[in-house]
Design a protein around this ligand. Structure first.
Ligand SMILES: [Fe+2]
Ligand SMILES: [Fe+2]
Length: 271
């Protein structure tokens, strides 16, 4: 499939009257995280230092993530001409660092690294699907639709390599579950999204407070998810674990995940 470029986006259809300013805040933050993809390629190439095939795939993948950042940043500037992406991105990369010097996965093994990447791509694919469906603004809708398609493909890329490394490293189900829970927990506790949200929307905050900024981000983001996004994401996580979504364990875990998500949304709504 031929990769899309910024020239494929129908920029001339931009309709300022249909911009949702709350969604624009999320787009500004997402632009920063995506644009930082190049650093992740450096990290992944270090971790997979003797796998030239994977390194090439990781570089192509990162180029797509950077393109996501460019498209989102360009849209954000249309939606809010006062938005200074470069200054925000500088702040973001000064404060948030990917472990570029690591020579092995910070997650313990290559399989674990690839499972963690599957989880991230699960998150991004459902996120951009949700934004694309919820956006009334036609250009943002088109951008998010293109990005979501890429993110589903990225999941498959990391999943296929994961299966290959799994056959060599043979991690047990418990270990795989630990990586997934760890990654989900990390998403809740790590700095990347809250800090990107803060750097992109400085006017909303005083000094940086991870919890406040994380809550502000999650409260806005969770508004756009619909049950079918969650269902699909749960199935993708189960697949990465090697559990059949329609099997007894899969169905039980999916029910548990739905309950957890419902309580999370209630907590965010209360906050
Ligand atoms: Fe992306
Ligand atoms: Fe991706």
């Amino acid at each position: 499939m031929k990769a899309w470029t910024l020239a494929d986006i129908p920029w001339d259809r931009f309709d300022p009257a249909k911009v949702d300013p709350e969604m624009a805040k999320l787009v500004k933050a997402a632009a920063m995280v995506e644009f930082n993809g190049g650093d992740y390629a450096v990290y992944l190439c270090n971790v997979f230092h003797d796998d030239a095939d994977f390194q090439a795939a990781a570089r192509d993948w990162a180029a797509e993530e950077v393109r996501h950042g460019e498209a989102l940043a360009r849209w954000a500037r249309l939606a809010d001409p006062s938005f200074d992406f470069d200054a925000g991105f500088r702040r973001f990369t000064e404060g948030f660092r990917i472990p570029l010097e690591a020579t092995s996965s910070v997650r313990g093994s290559r399989t674990s690294e690839l499972i963690a990447r599957c989880i991230v791509e699960t998150g991004t694919s459902s996120y951009y699907s949700a934004l694309s469906e919820a956006s009334q603004e036609p250009v943002l809708k088109a951008i998010c639709r293109n990005i979501a398609a890429d993110e589903f493909r990225h999941y498959k890329l990391f999943y296929d390599y994961m299966r290959r490394y799994q056959a060599q490293e043979r991690p047990g189900l418990l270990m795989r579950a630990r990586v997934i829970l760890g990654r989900l927990w990390e998403t809740r506790g790590d700095d990347e999204l809250p800090f990107a949200y803060y750097c992109a929307n400085r006017e909303e905050f005083g000094a940086y407070d991870r919890r406040a900024s994380g809550r502000a981000y999650s409260r806005r983001a969770s508004r756009y998810y619909r049950p079918h996004h969650v269902e699909r994401a749960v199935a993708m996580v189960l697949k990465a674990l090697g559990i059949r979504p329609n099997g007894r364990l899969g169905l039980a875990l999916a029910a548990l995940a739905r309950r957890w998500l419902a309580s999370e949304s209630a907590r965010l709504a209360r906050a």
